[in-house]
Design a protein around this ligand. Structure first.
Ligand code: ZN
Length: 544
């Protein structure tokens, strides 16, 4: 039994005669029982016919509409540039008047009308989307795509993109029904009509879930399948709106056509019923073909992986080092980490970020530097703790230049913690310092007593090509010296994040003051630098 009431009869009658499919009829009767849409549409059509068959006078009213399709076909696009076309005020409005006045049409036309609806014609409202395009064949096509791309998933969300002209047709059908109801002093709110998109999902979701197996189709999921439809034949349906509401159709750079769904909806909100009816057929003209479905697109939202890395090489940049299109070093920290991560998550790409960065010749020791990777369209998104550990081992075995720890999947929100308060954090370094004048351990001992030394650092010459010139104050919290020989010592420092250590040691031609040259009253230079710790307590450490 269809969940329809007596009052729906004229609507059903009118829409079937206009060439609407069974599911579209249900939509306009505001049927929100999803199961009703899942029945084969041909079966529903039979039920609908049986339903209206009970009425004695219901049929007659619409024979005019059914008859006038010929005219509609000619007139629905008044703005098309063909010179033979009659402008604006032809059949639709004439027919509208006819319908309003004459309700009693000759009964011999009923038979012809019956025949018309028997034929498996393409629906005037959904252009076939809720007919053959909304069944097992479509579900199988989607499932095959997901399987072919070897996505591992538990849930998915289905998104549908419909041709914009469907809104115009929907509007026309709605006016068609509205007119009928008005005569009976009833009303139909356009918002109560079930949308094509909704009905499509109600039917297809279950079928897709069944075809893929073990997957729930839900309203929100990180995995999205997009199905798109186009209908060349009726693309021009929207064009008249550009003359009635030019404001709605401003060209934008990225869009192929100004007739986007959004713009069409907006224009339809503005247009008066009368104006609409002078430009567009009501009900819409019957199409010769149904929509064509575009390629099914699968997209898994990004997954974020974080950890800490050590860098043991003095000839490894953090990110690929390319100068004038030429690669300088054969690898980089991010590539060494990414290779195994990408293959584990079967991701199509990544973005790498970290809490600060070290120069190519600087090692990062201690517990390492926090980093995070945004994995693009991963085909696999869940790894167990054991699998993550295995992945970490794979990375660590692949190179002796780097090592990662605390590798874990994190949320997008948690990523922010890495950059949070970065400037206020402290970092520890060890520098190997060379002095021009010979030194003894007593000569450098005083450095150990210096606390919270504020430096004024002008943007270093070596980064001036990519950073704005500025003077930034930075604090060296504490220092500790380890005498090596008469020209070398190790300097351990705890500093505010963002301090340029190399510049503090050699002075950068006086651009950093005070500097080590000034303190020791001799030229000094930095031979080696290690980052000992980056004091950002994220990501959380994972016990071994
Ligand atoms: Zn339909």
């Amino acid at each position: 039994m269809l969940p329809l009431k007596e009052k729906d009869k004229p609507v059903v009658q009118k829409l079937l005669s206009a060439g609407c499919c069974a599911r579209c009829v249900l939509r306009f009767c505001c049927v929100s029982v999803q199961a009703t849409y899942r029945k084969p549409h041909q079966e529903t059509l039979k039920e609908l016919k049986a339903f209206i068959g009970n009425t004695e006078n219901g049929k007659s009213q619409d024979s005019v509409a059914a008859d006038s399709t010929e005219e509609n076909n000619k007139s629905h696009d008044a703005t098309a540039p063909e010179p033979t076309d009659e402008p604006a005020d032809d059949p639709p409005s004439k027919r509208a008047k006819l319908e309003l006045s004459g309700t009693e049409a000759p009964s011999e036309e009923d038979a012809a009308e019956e025949k018309l609806t028997e034929e498996p014609s393409v629906c005037v409202a959904c252009l076939g989307i809720l007919q053959e395009l909304c069944g097992t064949t479509q579900a199988v096509k989607i499932a095959e795509k997901v399987k072919a791309e070897k996505y591992e998933l538990e849930t998915l969300v289905l998104s549908v993109s419909l041709p914009a002209q469907l809104c115009v047709r929907e509007h026309s059908c709605w006016l068609h029904v509205k007119k009928e109801l008005k005569e009976k002093s009833m009303a139909l709110d356009k918002d109560d009509v079930v949308q094509v998109k909704e009905a499509f999902k109600w039917v297809l979701q279950g079928l897709v879930a069944k075809e893929i197996g073990g997957v729930a189709v839900v309203a929100r999921s990180l995995f999205e399948i997009s199905v798109g439809f186009t209908h060349k034949e009726t693309d021009a349906d929207c064009h008249f709106l550009a003359t009635t509401c030019a404001d709605c159709f401003r060209p934008t750079k990225n869009k192929q056509s100004v007739f986007t769904r959004m713009a069409v909806v907006k224009a339809l909100e503005k247009i008066s019923d009368t104006k609409f009816l002078t430009h567009y057929a009501c009900p819409p003209a019957k199409p010769a073909s149904s929509c064509s479905s575009q390629d099914v697109q699968c997209l898994h939202q990004c997954v974020f992986v974080a950890g800490r890395y050590n860098k043991y090489s003095r000839s490894l940049p953090q990110t690929p080092w390319v100068i004038d299109g030429e690669r300088r070093m054969e690898s980089s920290v991010e590539e060494l980490i990414a290779e195994s991560v990408l293959s584990s998550f079967r991701s199509e790409g990544f973005n790498f970020s970290s809490s600060g960065r070290e120069d190519v010749d600087v090692r990062t020791l201690g517990t390492g530097r926090p980093f995070a990777m945004e994995l693009l369209n991963p085909h696999r998104s869940k790894l167990s703790r054991a699998e993550m550990k295995l992945l970490q081992e794979t990375i660590n075995n692949s190179s002796d230049k780097i090592k990662v720890r605390d590798l874990q999947i994190v949320s997008r929100e948690a990523m922010g913690k890495m950059k949070e308060g970065e400037e206020d954090k402290t970092k520890s370094y060890t520098a190997l310092v060379w002095t021009l004048k010979p030194i003894q351990s007593e000569d450098i001992a005083f450095i150990d007593d210096i606390k919270d030394l504020t430096l004024d650092q002008k943007t270093p010459l070596r980064v001036l090509h990519r950073r704005a010139l500025a003077i930034r104050p930075r604090v060296v919290h504490s220092m500790k010296t380890r005498f090596m020989d008469s020209h070398h010592f190790y300097l351990e420092m705890k500093t505010q994040a963002g301090t340029y250590i190399k510049e503090f040691v050699h002075g950068d031609f006086g651009r950093t003051t005070p500097n080590l040259c000034e303190l020791l009253k001799t030229d000094t230079d930095i031979l080696e630098l290690d980052v000992e710790s980056v004091d950002v307590d994220w990501p959380p450490s994972i016990p071994e």
